[in-house]
Design a protein around this ligand. Structure first.
Ligand SMILES: NC(=O)c1ccc[n+]([C@@H]2O[C@H](COP(=O)([O-])OP(=O)(O)OC[C@H]3O[C@@H](n4cnc5c(N)ncnc54)[C@H](OP(=O)(O)O)[C@@H]3O)[C@@H](O)[C@H]2O)c1
Length: 314
């Protein structure tokens, strides 16, 4: 990049995003569109991206054979593409495609790569879960590629349309209760997807080869966080108190009937107490608290009649 914010082509910086339509992708586009041209590759059409002037390439990363034209003039490559669940039949081709992408990016001398990975999980999940095993293969492929990179490992993310906290709020609103796995004393430190997008910008501007753990501003016990969800909806906390083993069994059953509500590995990861990562330091303005988001989402669910019932903090 030169002093005028121009990239390798002599035009404004070009960002290539793998998976620009998901939770993080939407936040990333908002963060970068003011000063980058954006090229985005994923499988489904996206009217929103087109409306924002993004160059959309519709492709399955696992099937791309020739990366050279896609990588042309790219100044920054950010990979977000991954699946939340499924068997190795899904993960393996995507992992192999991402490995080919990194090899091609090194050949094309892409100046900087930021790849979103996940925090460490239990030895069992690391050794056997296709989601995790293939993710680590992709991380390792980037580490040996010769590229200049940051691998970011955020914990639970939140933001408009997320599939964790927003879904839990909807579950409470509908059923007035939530399952609690074990004692709920394990930790989570949720991070805003918008903050992760700002961290991507910050880490993209740094050099070197780093792995960056990312937690949000507060390390909650899981039960304190779920209590806070109930409070946002103006309800007393009510739990189906399940052992972790029972939670895992029920999650596995839900998976077999095609539900994406919760995956068995997510129960294991949660209760392992490995998701309470320390806050990412150095953002200005600082990391956002989750409470205002919970209250706004709850007010939206409750509708205009009850929206004035505050969740309150404390
Ligand atoms: N959400 C969290 O709480 C969380 C926490 C820690 C880490 N992460 C990591 O952060 C990254 C982004 O997460 P997210 O929640 O934004 O995911 P997401 O909402 O599921 O979005 C995934 C994106 O990847 C694209 N994609 C998936 N498979 C693809 C394929 N084969 N070829 C091309 N594009 C593909 C999807 O678009 P199409 O479906 O159109 O292809 C979508 O744009 C992931 O790597 C995830 O593991 C997420």
């Amino acid at each position: 990049m030169n002093a005028d914010g121009e990239g390798r082509s002599g035009r404004p910086l070009l960002l290539l995003v793998g998976g620009g339509t998901g939770l993080v992708g939407r936040a990333l586009l908002e963060e970068f569109r003011r000063d980058h041209r954006i090229r985005s590759i994923h499988r489904s059409p996206s009217a929103r991206e087109i409306a924002l002037g993004v160059e959309v390439l519709r492709a399955d990363i696992g099937l791309v054979r020739d990366w050279a034209p896609i990588l042309e003039d790219v100044d920054l490559l950010v990979n977000l593409a991954w699946y939340r669940g499924g068997s190795d039949r899904r993960f393996r081709p995507l992992a192999e495609g991402l490995e080919r992408m990194f090899v091609a990016a090194a050949a094309a001398r892409i100046p900087r790569v930021v790849h979103i990975s996940v925090p460490p999980a239990t030895p069992e999940l690391e050794a056997h879960l296709p989601y995790m095993v293939r993710k680590r293969e992709v991380d390792a492929a980037l580490a040996r590629s010769g590229l200049d990179y940051a691998i970011l490992t955020p914990t639970m993310l939140w933001g408009p349309g997320d599939r964790l906290l927003t879904v839990m709020l909807r579950t409470i609103q509908r059923w007035h209760r939530l399952p609690m796995f074990g004692d709920g004393a394990y930790h989570v430190s949720p991070v805003a997807a918008a903050d992760l997008a700002r961290i991507v910008r910050r880490e993209a501007g740094r050099g070197g080869r780093t792995v960056v753990p990312i937690g949000g501003p507060r390390r909650w016990t899981y039960r304190d966080l779920t209590d806070r969800l109930f409070r946002a909806l103006g309800r007393p906390p009510r739990y189906l108190e399940w052992s972790a083993a029972r939670g895992r069994r029920i999650a596995r059953f839900l998976e077999t009937i095609g539900s994406t509500l919760i995956y068995a590995y997510e129960v294991d990861w949660l209760v392992s107490d490995l998701l309470g990562l320390p806050p990412y330091e150095g953002l200005d303005p600082p990391l956002k608290d989750v409470e205002p988001f919970l209250d706004a989402e709850a007010a939206r669910l409750l509708g205009p009649r009850l929206a004035s019932a505050p969740g309150g903090d404390g």
